[in-house]
Design a protein. Structure first.
Length: 221
């Protein structure tokens, strides 16, 4: 089983291009999820969160957003040196020695295009040519041609995996698909929102509300 993946990811350049080409921000959905049938609520005392990306800005943005969802979580860019990322066994040992007992890892799995063509339509009733302006005018406005069009969407797929570092075991995995993300920040917010909603739905984390109207997302305990 792989532990912490290499941070050199070929989809980084394609993802940045997707942001520049997108005209609007649509939606995120979870295409697939998996859970270890023997795992219960998460009990991480000190998790590390990792976002695999060639872009340091993208990595830090996503890790900061993800770390905010788990108590005592640390972004990997603060605890893992860039020259160590290729050795999963070494990273696992260093994290264990530093007291980390859980890991949440995200990576861009694919950036793809989905092309949709909508054909045009011509609503003409036929018949003889119209020799008068007045006669043709009514037909022209009554039976216009509706041109077809092509719509291209950018689909960004992100994998999320949650590991127990104590026994190097996968506890939960999910794959999200976001259509036309407008920015790194919006992509991160949308994906993390759906991941946390699913984890709460499955009882792996809880949303605890105190006496105030504010609620904190915390690992189940």
């Amino acid at each position: 089983m792989s532990r912490i993946p290499n941070l050199r990811l070929k989809y980084g350049t394609a993802l940045l291009a997707a942001f520049s080409l997108s005209a609007c921000y649509h939606s995120t959905r979870l295409a697939a999820t998996w859970r270890d049938p023997n795992s219960g609520p998460l009990h991480f005392r000190q998790p590390v969160v990792v976002f695999v990306a060639k872009s340091e800005t993208f990595r830090r943005t996503m890790e900061d957003k993800l770390a905010a969802q788990f108590p005592n979580a640390s972004p990997s860019y603060k605890v893992i040196r860039d020259n160590d990322v290729g050795d999963g066994t070494k990273i696992l040992s260093e994290l264990d020695e530093a007291g980390f007992d859980g890991a949440v890892i995200m990576r861009v799995a694919n950036v793809d295009q989905r092309i949709t063509y909508t054909p045009g339509a011509y609503w003409y009733g036929g018949g003889a040519p119209y020799y008068s302006f007045a006669g043709y005018w009514g037909t022209a406005w009554g039976y216009p041609y509706d041109p077809g069009y092509i719509q291209t969407d950018q689909i960004v797929s992100i994998e999320t995996q949650i590991y127990s570092l104590k026994n190097d075991k996968l506890l939960w995995a999910g794959r999200s698909e976001t259509t036309d993300p407008k920015s790194v920040g919006k992509l991160g917010d949308s994906v993390i929102k759906h991941i946390m909603q699913e984890l709460r739905k499955e009882g792996m984390v809880a949303l605890l509300c105190g006496g105030s109207s504010l609620c904190e997302r915390v690992a189940g305990h």
